[in-house]
Design a protein around this ligand. Sequence first.
Ligand code: UDP
Ligand code: MG
Length: 316
Amino acid sequence: MSLPVIAIVIPCYNEEQALPITADRLLAVIDNLVAENKISATSYLLCCNDGSRDNTWRIIESLHLKDNRIKGISLAHNRGHQNALLAGLMTAMNRCDAAISIDADLQDDPTAIYRMVDKYLNGAEIVYGVRSSRETDSWFKRTTARGFYKFQKRMGFETIYDHADYRLMSNRALQLLSEYGESNLFLRGIIPQIGLRTDIVKYDRHERVAGESKYPLAKMLSFSIDGITSFSSTPIRMIFLLGIILLILDVIMSIYVFISYFGHDVIPGWTSLMLSVWFLGSLILIGLGVVGEYIGKIFVEVKHRPRYAIRDYLID
Ligand code: UDP
Ligand code: MG
């Protein structure tokens, strides 16, 4: 049996400082795995330049000249981490047996790759890297991230807790991923839906090796909103629910209004005004909720997600 070819996919946006260090470290990991006879010597790094404004692409070109195992693609524009990563994974698809995605800043411990490869060799097709601690993250990043995972759960979709985009995927998992046609990408939500045999590897998260974060608060926030709206129509349901609650309150309110009307003097017009304000308010919200349900359906339909993924065949 031939040894598997591993592709390490690295999205890079303005990473001129980190990239040479990162490439060296990751090549050393590949070398060790090759020496242990676990992976093919043709395993490689694939750097995806995400429309960087600095020298990142020139650095990738010169690294490629020095060592052919460092390969690269360059996007014409800055399309964001998720798109750059997807471009890399789709380029690696059918050019490897398994692809490992890792950030260019080595915050995710590269030695976890050894354990990921072991799990892959033992039959797992998706191996998630999960942070065992978040001590090196700022208090703010830690709390917002934790809050976000909880919120996602509330909104009714599962992601892997404390897993970012550090993971191994077999070629088959990549092929299944390629069937997701949506342009609002939230890989962490999609990949658990693929549903092949999975496993987990824990690792410590470090500081960036060089350069600074490309994820300011605004980007993080819009990423989170994307994540929720791409996977959940719970917010729409909540409008509908609010309408129903308001309708119940409306009944209570009507009783109060009638008691006031018959009980003591009320200003003319108050009774009819109160009755209609509450009733119309609840009707409007229920109406919005109903329309929202259909929009939610349309949203799901236009994404053209695959409706099933076949894991095994026993047909011939
Ligand atoms: N990145 C990218 N495109 C972007 C922003 C970031 O490809 O528009 C890459 C970046 O080069 C890095 C990874 O995504 O490899 C994660 O970014 P970063 O480390 O800045 O995020 P943080 O770890 O601070 O959340
Ligand atoms: Mg980082």
